[in-house]
Unconditional design. Structure first.
Length: 147
């Protein structure tokens, strides 16, 4: 929730395996860049026998197409960053040597957009509200236990 709802730009620069939670973390970012390489990306919870926690599920539902969600989440399919499976989920695939400079340039470009934070919030309001509900619900048993 903190990263997904962040008013400022968040740019992912993926240089290695991003499976399960790491892939979800990448999806919370506004721009997603990945290095070319043999490493794998994907949602492997199903293969590991782990149901999706509610928060990450809200993010993947918001950020992936239904087909990507079906293939990645149900099938636990993994692939490299250049796979057509990640079209729209990864914005650009670059050589590793270019990745850091490209990520910094993207962050600077987004920071210069005057209404970036407001528009980002408008686009993500429904998911942010869902995440806030999940956080409040999950925190409630903890609060009653300590009171």
């Amino acid at each position: 929730l903190a990263l997904y709802g962040l008013e400022k730009p968040a740019v992912a620069a993926v240089t290695g395996h991003a499976l399960g939670g790491a892939f979800v973390l990448m999806l919370t970012c506004d721009v997603r860049l990945a290095a070319r390489g043999p490493f794998q990306l994907g949602l492997t919870e199903s293969a590991a026998g782990i149901p999706f926690p509610a928060g990450p599920l809200a993010v993947v539902r918001a950020e992936l197409t239904p087909a990507q969600l079906r293939i990645l989440a149900l099938g636990s399919v993994t692939a490299n960053a250049e796979s057509p499976l990640f079209a729209g989920a990864i914005d650009r695939v670059l050589d590793a040597a270019e990745l850091r400079d490209a990520a910094v340039a993207e962050a600077r470009r987004l920071v210069a957009i005057r209404a970036f934070g407001r528009v980002k919030h408008q686009l993500r309001t429904a998911t942010i509200e869902r995440l806030e509900q999940i956080v409040a619900r999950d925190a409630e048993p903890l609060l009653t236990h300590w009171v």
